[in-house]
Write a protein that binds this ligand. Sequence first.
Ligand code: ZN
Ligand code: ZN
Length: 358
Amino acid sequence: MTNQPSTPPESGLSSHHAAVLTGPGQFEQVQRQGQLLLPGEVRIAVRTVGVCGSDIHMYQDGRIGTTEILSPLVLGHEFMGVVVEAAEGTLDGDDRPLKVGDRVAVEPHVACGHCRECREGHPNLCTHHTFMGVYPRDGALQSFLNAPAHNCFVLPDGVTDIGGAMLEPLGVALHALRLGHVTVGDTAAVVGAGPIGLLLVSLLKLAGVTALHVTEPLDWRREQATALGATSVEVGVTPGHDSLYDVVFEAGWADTSVQDAALLARPGARVVLVGIPGDDRMEVQHSLARRKGLSLIFSRRMAHTYPQAIRLVAGGQIDVDALVSDVYGLGDVDLAFRRHAEYQPGVLKVVVTLPEVP
Ligand SMILES: [Zn+2]
Ligand SMILES: [Zn+2]
């Protein structure tokens, strides 16, 4: 679905242009110098960048969780682009040859690769990581970006440019789904039908759940949840839906989200927390969660999701493009962020596109 306002990418931007967050609610459009490639890196001409709820936290408050932005920062961690510089023999994150001209999606999380968490297969839990678009590492709202080759994944023709940027949120949803250990025949609920919640709805449908309940205050998002296969949708938790679901995903993080998830959960259920609270707090009635013996599972980013996410999109099993409601050019990045931050009617996923490099 595509709603207004929607503007095509503007032309005439110089070859290295960046939208820099210089303070809460404040972007500055600047020209910058490219950086030399480090060993193992490739240079990417950025084409498409998704705006995420976590970007909105940083845009509005200048921080996310306990991470404060201490100097001007380029946001943007959901993105794809075209490789413009790569050494001979470079391989992508799926061990395929990576060469100039390839369209790639880029996993924004750069793990150290050496710590115990990395060695044991949990790079998403690496404590020595950086993350593109989270202070202090610049993200993708700029013409060019250098990234480790193994963070890049070559895109097949079946994945559009916009679809390539959507692989990051799809990976977040996929990681949460894995943590929920959903099996065929389970009943499931999703609290919050933003992009991650809606991607979870699509994945849960594929996973073979028999009931799929969604709570969401915004009517156009409830409609989208129904269109994607939710069997029931409500504004919030209502009598008749409490204590019914084997697995519940919290993907909104309004003030009552975790409590709502606990109410919807059956005794013994798994409750997976995906949303990020703006105020770094969580509220849930202890006696409710304890008496039900709930397993509360915190989902941290994603690990090893890109190859699977690419296959799901390229094979037509998940339609990520359908979740994009708005497309803006880089010069209109403040409009794009406001559209998302103010939950203007019809907004689902906002995407920023950059002009093609000649
Ligand atoms: Zn994100
Ligand atoms: Zn590590």
